[in-house]
Write a protein that binds this ligand. Structure first.
Ligand code: COA
Ligand code: NAP
Length: 272
């Protein structure tokens, strides 16, 4: 069976799209013909990603902004709309994470992750709404298993990503009337990413993580990109308000096995 997904003439914005999973998503949309814009804090990372996207044939652009700054995000999104026109696809995936128990982090550390993951998602949603193609646009929030699987040393991420998924589900209701679909993707452990470098920093932890995935392998950014292509395409045209694990089955129970090793690692690496 051959399925061709053609995003020629489509405008895609990937917030947090300058490294790891989200960059893989941006590149996959570019390979499928889309005009792609990326955003993150580092101008250098934005520039490098835009160069790479252009090399893939995309009419790419980007802007540097922190998702914690709603005005900067709104201005950046408006600049993309001016250059491209209204947005067909928005992927929102900026996030921060570090292993720390509740008693091993300051209130400001907890707040940093809430501000980036949860408030940042809200800021992106508010910034993009006026510039979404209506009807027809689709929004994809990048969540995490911590949203529904409690993990030690992850109270900040668990709280933030649970909130992200509830934003997804609420906006699917609020924006459905406009013909805008809103979904979350929950990546499993994705190889060679900053997230896994932080959550499975030793070879032993990495191998334990692989063994905890029912499919016995880590994912690739392209696995998440493929799910984004599906959700953003006509194949996904009746899918909205879904929290979709793309994880080799990890969310069934494997992800929970990270809890003990993360608690032990956080105790070892506790900030003094
Ligand atoms: N354990 C406990 N607290 C930590 C910590 C750790 N490993 N790392 C950072 N913190 C605390 C800091 O000490 C600070 O708290 P304080 O002011 O009370 O000292 C607070 O978190 C904010 O840290 P800061 O470095 O000022 O924040 P930042 O805004 O520059 O960076 C982070 C945000 C901490 C999330 C940073 O790791 C980041 O930018 N991450 C993005 C990349 C990433 O996490 N990728 C994986 C995605 S899954
Ligand atoms: P990553 O490489 O660190 O990507 C994070 C991206 O967000 C980068 O482009 C980063 O660029 C940007 N970013 C971070 N903080 C930002 C801020 N305050 N404002 C704007 N941009 C910001 O991480 P990753 O591991 O690929 O994770 C990507 C997403 O997948 C995250 O949402 C994460 O929660 C989720 N996830 C990852 C895994 C995994 O296995 N890695 C598993 C489950 C879920 P700058 O540094 O330039 O800002």
């Amino acid at each position: 069976m051959t399925i061709t997904l053609d995003f020629a003439g489509k405008n895609v914005l990937v917030v947090g799209g300058t490294s790891g999973i989200n960059r893989g998503v941006a590149e996959l949309f570019a390979r499928h013909g889309a005009r792609v814009a990326v955003a993150s804090r580092s101008q250098d990372k934005v520039d490098a990603t835009v160069t790479a996207l252009k090399a893939l044939g995309s009419d790419a652009m980007g802007f540097a902004a922190d998702v914690r700054n709603p005005d900067a995000i709104a201005a950046g999104v408006a600049s993309v709309q001016q250059a491209f026109g209204d947005l067909d696809v928005v992927v929102s995936g900026a996030a921060g994470n570090f292993p720390a128990t509740a008693m091993g982090m300051s209130a400001n550390a907890f707040k940093a992750v809430i501000d980036i993951d949860l408030m940042g998602t809200f800021h992106v949603m508010q910034a993009v709404y006026p510039h979404l193609k209506k009807p027809g646009a689709t929004v994809i929030n990048i969540s995490a298993p911590q949203a529904f699987i409690p993990m030690q040393a992850q109270s900040h991420v668990c709280a933030a990503k649970a909130g992200v998924d509830m934003i997804t589900r609420t906006l699917a209701m609020e924006w459905g009337v406009d013909g805008v679909r809103v979904n979350s993707i929950v990546p499993g452990p994705i190889d060679n990413t900053e997230g896994m470098a932080r959550l499975a920093p030793t070879e032993e932890m990495r191998e334990a993580c692989v063994q905890s995935v029912p499919l016995k392998r880590m994912g690739q950014p392209e696995d998440i990109g493929n799910a984004c292509l599906f959700l953003a395409s006509d194949l996904g045209s009746y899918v909205s308000g879904v929290v979709l694990p793309v994880d080799g089955g990890w969310a069934q129970n494997g992800a929970g096995s990270m809890s003990e090793s993360l608690a032990a690692f956080a105790a070892m690496s506790k900030k003094s």
